[in-house]
Design a protein around this ligand. Structure first.
Ligand SMILES: O=C(O)[C@H](O)COP(=O)(O)O
Length: 215
């Protein structure tokens, strides 16, 4: 059985400001750096052997911190990037026009082919996440990889492994530096292939005040 750990990057400046990132980027905040060191401690205890990360700055920085404690290399894979948010990237959620909010809502409310103009659909995101995940099956027997990616990207992956549509990810809150685990297995009791063991574990992080918690 192969266990793969999924980590969303540490809190960024634009997460804190509620600005849409997508393929755009902003640096980790001081809190995000601390979260990354905390998830790195957990990764070391888990015996992570490989790190595969989205090539955006926020995920690379988180991966670098994890790699430093785990003593392993980082493989960058652009297929692990966040959903391309098209023309709404860099925009603050509170400043969207009614039309722009309508584009965003069609993603949130799960219109199958919904996309923000110039951006990706949730299904296109899920397809590239599965293609990136498949590379873990080629690692040497006994490997324990950790994927460092993004909230919507990881949510799409978990949702589709559960047999839900990609847009179901909007009902799964994956906080900064949360850990999820998926297993590739052939149990007599479960469906063969990928199964979700845990999703959104934050027990390794400082308990944030409830009003600080945001996606
Ligand atoms: O702002 C975004 O693009 C997403 O909602 C969150 O993306 P992140 O997981 O890369 O912060």
């Amino acid at each position: 059985m192969l266990q793969v750990y999924l980590v969303r990057h540490g809190e960024t400046q634009w997460n804190a400001e509620r600005r849409i990132q997508g393929h755009s980027d902003s640096p980790l905040t001081e809190k995000g750096e601390k979260q990354a060191w905390q998830v790195a401690e957990r990764a070391k205890a888990l015996g992570i052997t490989h790190i595969i990360a989205s090539d955006l700055g926020r995920t690379r920085r988180t991966a670098e911190i994890i790699a430093e404690l785990c003593g392993c290399d980082i493989t960058l894979d652009s297929r692990l990037r966040e959903l391309d948010m098209g023309v709404l990237e860099k925009r603050n959620l509170e400043t969207l026009t009614e039309e722009e909010e309508g584009w965003r809502r069609q993603l949130v409310n799960g219109t199958a082919g919904g996309r923000i103009p110039g951006g990706e659909s949730m299904q296109e995101l899920a397809d590239r996440m599965h293609a990136a995940l498949a590379t873990t099956l080629e690692l040497p027997l006994g490997s324990r990889p950790m994927i460092v990616s993004h909230g919507m990207a990881l949510g799409c992956l978990v949702s589709t492994i559960l047999g839900l549509p990609a847009y179901a990810e909007r009902r799964l809150r994956l906080r900064n530096c949360s850990i999820s685990r998926i297993d590739y297995q052939d149990s007599a009791w479960l469906a063969s292939g990928w199964v979700v063991e845990t999703a959104g574990d934050v027990s390794h992080l400082d308990a944030p005040a409830l009003d600080e918690l945001q996606r």
